[in-house]
Structure formats: structure tokens, C-alpha cells
Write a protein that binds this ligand. Structure first.
Ligand code: 3PG
Length: 209
């Protein structure tokens, strides 16, 4: 991973995951997250405006903005073209990994099994997204999976809510915890940026050592 992503993830150990319906929401959302103390954000490629949202949020300057739910080479190119400084995928796709390598952008692949983790490690990727963390078994799955792989670092994501945070963050192999709870579809629909700021600040505070 590049130094800026490592610094951003390890700075707060919180990775807000965002599915943003409209690029008009990008600026107030970036302000709310940064004001709440977030250092980075993952914009999922699940909406038609995702590319524009990455572009607008990257312009904020206070956040290291990456792209999530990146499933194809074409999405990888669009995400990086829009200014994404890292790429997250729900799974391990060798072609997406290779494209990220070519483009010189750090990538965090999703893994759910020891075999997938071994493939990521063999590809030189030490930091993986444990996904979907809660349905997989939460912190007991994390502990069991991390034990044989001392080199691996994890960004558990999927079904995580504030009550789970301390359990994940107390594991030394967890770089950061990701999730949507700080900025949900409902918050965005209501334009409730004050609540996004508040939930982000609470998460950042809980993650402090
Ligand atoms: C992801 O793509 O990382 C997940 O959809 C996160 O969503 P959740 O935090 O609501 O499970």
C-alpha cells in the first residue's frame, strides 16, 4: 500500500463506505466526513454517478478517496481516471489486481476464506478486506483466519455497526474497519449531513487508541 493510504487508514482506523446516488451530494458529504474526523472514504461503484462522486470528493483535499465495489478492469480504469487513490473489491479478481498494479494504485481485495487470503498474499497484497465480516462470523472468524497468517492485515467490512467496533479494533491485525453506518442511503436521501458528521465523529472517537 502507498504511504498516504496506509497513513489515512491507520490514522483513524475507520473507512466510511459510501453509495452515493447523486454527484450533487458529494461536496456536502465530503465536508461532513472530514469535519467528523474521517481521513479516507470509499465510494462504491454501485450508482451511475459514482465516477463523478469520486471526482468531486477527491477535489475536497481533506480525504483520501478511493473506489469500492470495483469488479472489472473497465471500472478500475474509470475509478482511477476519476481520481481514486485506492481500489477496493468485494473479492479477489486477478485481472482487477493486475490492472491496479499497472496503474500504480493500491488495491484492497475482498477475501472470505483462507484460500483466498493465500492467493492475495501470494500476489503481494498484505492488506485485505474481510468481507462480509459479520455474516462470516465477526471477530471470531477474524481471529481464526488471522492466526496462521501473521503478515496479513485486515479491513473488516460488511454488516458492521458501532457496537462491533471495539471488538474488531482490538485485534492487532486490523488496519481499519469499514462500513456504511456513518452515511447510509437514508441519511443521504434526507440530506442529513449533520447526522453523518456526528456518526463519523463517534466512530473516529471510538477508534482512538
Ligand atoms: C461494502 O461494499 O463494503 C458493504 O456493502 C458495506 O456495507 P455495510 O457496512 O452496510 O454492510
Amino acid at each position: 500500500m502507498t504511504a498516504d493510504l496506509t497513513a489515512a487508514l491507520s490514522g483513524t482506523r475507520i473507512l466510511p463506505v459510501l453509495t452515493v446516488p447523486s454527484a450533487t451530494m458529494a461536496a456536502p458529504l465530503a465536508d461532513a466526513l472530514a469535519d467528523g474526523g474521517a481521513r479516507c472514504a470509499e465510494v462504491t461503484f454501485r450508482t451511475p454517478d459514482a465516477e463523478q462522486v469520486v471526482k468531486a470528493m477527491a477535489a475536497h483535499g481533506g480525504l483520501v478517496v478511493g473506489a469500492g465495489t470495483v469488479l472489472t478492469i473497465e471500472q478500475t480504469e474509470r475509478a482511477v481516471g476519476a481520481g481514486a487513490r485506492f481500489v477496493v473489491s468485494p473479492g479477489f479478481d486477478p485481472e482487477v489486481m493486475q490492472k491496479c498494479r499497472e496503474l500504480g494504485v493500491p488495491v484492497v481485495p475482498g477475501i472470505a476464506t483462507a484460500t483466498e487470503l493465500m492467493r492475495a498474499l501470494r500476489a503481494g497484497l498484505d492488506t485485505v478486506k474481510l468481507f462480509p465480516a459479520e455474516p462470516l462470523g465477526g471477530t471470531s472468524m477474524l481471529r481464526a483466519l488471522a492466526a496462521p497468517f501473521p503478515r496479513a492485515r485486515f479491513v473488516p467490512t460488511g454488516g458492521i455497526r458501532p457496537a462491533h467496533l471495539s471488538g474488531y479494533l482490538s485485534h492487532p491485525a486490523v488496519v481499519a474497519v469499514g462500513g456504511t453506518w456513518m452515511a447510509t442511503a437514508e441519511h443521504l436521501e434526507r440530506g442529513d449531513y449533520a447526522e453523518i458528521r456526528k456518526l463519523t465523529a463517534e466512530a473516529v472517537e471510538r477508534s482512538a487508541p
